[in-house]
Design a protein around this ligand. Structure first.
Ligand code: GLV
Ligand code: MG
Length: 319
């Protein structure tokens, strides 16, 4: 079963070729660490990267973080060996495999089958290791519904803006910004919304990809704010400085979190016999009903997953 409720506000990319960065990631407050054997690692460095990753996972120190390894995509010659070496070497200390450039549901099925065999032959719990699917080209986006449903292991659908822009011939200088000359609406809106619709339809997390201008924190916040506003659950971080920004942007604000918990308590009370079994009531100046409860559930779940504590309590009115 996939773990839908893991917090994934900040997803830290760490090249598997760098033992130093694998070590440093332990001390950073990212919700997820993903250790890369794909595009951040040169072909000649891939065999060592696998070994570094296995050693780092087994050494531990990533408590509280979701531990993910990004393998190479199925069109390369590396995928099977990436998966086998990492899962045989450190399967018990690994939460998910990230599969980049997913184009069809079969590619998820192939990874699922390989993981199942590896779990069986290594005495691991079958089905525990999840899959994170990166959507990075037109074919992947067109097939996203089938990809999302291809295995119960799929936990996230991730936008890969750099590869995606290249794949559709989009002109842009900085990932996440508007392509030059484009000033009508938002060039990424359709792609982000398509990923989000599939994520919500099939109960997956929607994750936004990297912002490459790592010194431009304001730009990071702006781009992260856009996907957070749409409903995305988190975003990649490429640099320690981006971690706090991601955690903040993808957490509810304290007053929104408090308000959501108040709505849940108030609605619970007013719909009960003691509260008059009412379906639509006033909470302060706001009218709340069943739809308000649903919206509050979303904010409350995000706040709880982020470890927030409420600062207000609901008191039932005097009868
Ligand atoms: C991430 O993998 C991207 O291509 O943006
Ligand atoms: Mg990519």
């Amino acid at each position: 079963m996939s773990q839908q409720l893991r917090a994934r506000r900040s997803n830290l990319a760490v090249p598997g070729s760098s033992p130093k960065m694998l070590e440093k990631a332990k001390g950073l407050p990212a919700d997820q660490v993903f250790m890369d054997i794909e595009d951040a690692v040169a072909p000649l460095a891939k065999p060592d990267a696998r070994k570094n990753i296995v050693a780092a996972l087994n050494e531990g120190g990533y408590e509280g973080k979701t531990r993910v390894v990004r393998v190479n995509d199925w069109t390369t010659q590396w995928t099977y060996a990436d998966v086998i070496e990492v899962v045989e070497g450190a399967g018990a200390n690994l939460d998910c495999i990230m599969l980049p450039k997913v184009q069809t549901a079969d590619q998820i099925v192939a990874l699922d089958l390989l993981l199942t065999q590896l779990e069986k032959s290594n005495g691991l719990e079958v089905g525990r290791i999840g899959i994170e699917a990166q959507i990075e080209n037109a074919k992947g986006l067109i097939n996203i519904d089938a990809i999302a449903q291809a295995s119960p292991r799929v936990e996230t659908l991730i936008f890969g803006p750099a590869d995606f822009m290249a794949s559709i011939n989009m002109k842009s200088l900085v990932v996440g910004e508007q392509p030059p000359g484009y000033d009508v609406g938002d060039a990424y809106h359709y792609i982000l919304m398509r990923i989000l619709m599939a994520a919500r339809a099939y109960d997956k997390q929607a994750i936004d990809g990297p912002y490459l201008a790592i010194k431009d924190l304001e730009g990071y916040r702006r781009v992260a704010g856009r996907s957070a506003a749409l409903g995305f659950d988190g975003k990649w971080v490429l640099h320690p400085d981006q971690v706090a920004a991601a955690n903040e942007v993808f957490s509810p604000r304290q007053d929104d979190y408090d308000h959501s918990e108040m709505i849940l308590d108030a609605y619970d009370y007013f719909t009960s016999a003691a509260g008059g079994a009412k379906g639509a009531v006033m909470l302060g100046d706001e009218m709340i009903d069943e739809a308000s409860r649903k919206m509050a559930l979303v904010v409350s779940a995000k706040g709880r997953a982020a470890g927030m504590t409420r600062t207000t309590t609901f008191t039932a009115p005097e009868a």
